[in-house]
Design a binder for this molecule. Structure first.
Ligand SMILES: Cc1cc2nc3c(=O)[nH]c(=O)nc-3n(C[C@H](O)[C@H](O)[C@H](O)COP(=O)(O)O)c2cc1C
Length: 325
């Protein structure tokens, strides 16, 4: 049975990868994830504000990056993460030396600027790829959807110009014209599109007059919107497709593959059940394929995508109408 896949130009034995988050923070846990069969790991994100808040001159060669420093002083100087830019590079080197699986670094930012040069340092520190998280809160009334998207596409172009390693882009689900934006990123050279960012929950404590922010772990009910996104892109973009959000079981991986995903990232499931859950999910995938007589994931990849439908928009509207009857 063949579970192999190609993701960001890398040949992986199977699509079960560890998504960005705290799972990559601890060396022993990373080793345990590799032992349990993870085929790739994405480290937590380093934020633009954390890079620009530090003395960037300390990290970059001022000669070659001098043009990028223009905005260095204009951001909050308060780093909020326990992993600052320098620690991030050291941690990345540490992980790279400890495991054989590909290690992807993650950068989160929204404005074109000097922080992008940091991507080069991640490459030099040994990252096998970069996941760019370009989520924009979009609460600025003076910025149009077009402005926000153009900015993100520009970041991808800038990063791609300087790196040799592959670059994936993690997208937010709330976009006016998702497929169009994805295509722009694809054309800008993104090697992977990761669907979708999962937002933290915001509530209001009405007696304390406080904003409550929580990040509850997901379950499989979050998967369908990602399936829909992957199905809309499968076969229509060059970039490989990753799904993040709601992948918990072998059946989730099968559905993601049928929608067109090349890789399925897991965070909540592994935080909840531990690294060995990777073994369970892999067994479930193999068992399901055996029972349903599939030889490889490649042959089912994208077989439920919208590409097989002549008019996807009309099809979606017809389904929407029928579901409300
Ligand atoms: C505690 C925690 C920390 C996370 N940190 C990051 C991060 O640094 N960068 C990022 O892109 N996503 C981060 N995520 C989001 C995950 O990568 C993932 O997209 C999301 O949890 C949905 O996947 P899941 O359903 O498998 O949890 C984090 C998630 C959790 C639960």
């Amino acid at each position: 049975m063949d579970l192999s896949t190609s993701y960001l130009g890398m040949r992986l034995p199977h699509p079960l990868i560890v998504g960005a988050g705290p799972l990559g923070d601890d060396l022993d846990r990373v080793r345990a994830l590799e032992d349990a069969g993870a085929s790739l790991i994405v480290l937590r994100s380093l934020y633009e504000e954390e890079i620009t808040g530090e003395q960037m001159d300390g990290f970059f060669n001022t000669e070659s990056y001098s043009e990028s420093f223009a905005e260095a002083g204009t951001f909050s100087p308060e780093p909020t993460s326990t992993l600052g830019p320098e620690e991030y590079l050291n941690h990345l080197r540490l992980i790279k030396n400890a495991v054989y699986i590909p290690v992807i670094a993650s950068l989160n930012g929204i404005t074109p600027g000097g922080w992008i040069s940091y991507a080069k340092l991640l490459e030099q520190a040994g990252a096998d790829g970069l996941e760019l998280h370009v989520y924009h809160a979009a609460s600025d009334m003076t910025m149009s959807a077009d402005d926000v998207e153009r900015q993100a596409v520009q970041i991808v172009r800038d990063v791609k110009r300087t790196l040799r390693i592959p670059v994936a882009v993690k997208l937010a689900p709330l976009l006016t014209a998702f497929a169009h934006f994805a295509k722009q990123l694809d054309t800008a050279g993104a090697d992977g599109l990761v669907l979708f960012t999962r937002f933290h929950r915001v509530d209001i404590d009405v007696t304390e007059l406080d904003v409550i922010r929580t990040l509850p772990l997901s379950d499989s009910s979050e998967l369908p919107m990602r399936l829909r996104g992957a199905a809309a892109l499968s076969g229509r973009v060059k970039a490989s497709i990753g799904i993040t959000g709601g992948v918990h079981t072998g059946l989730d991986v099968i559905k993601a593959t049928m929608a067109g995903a090349h890789a399925t990232q897991m965070v909540s499931a592994l935080l909840r059940h531990g690294p060995n859950h990777l073994r369970t999910v892999r067994r479930e995938v193999e068992l399901w394929m055996e029972e349903n007589e599939w030889e490889s994931l490649n042959e089912m990849r994208g077989n439920m995508s919208l590409q097989r439908i002549p008019d996807p928009a009309a099809y979606e509207r017809a389904n929407f109408r029928m579901a409300l009857r």
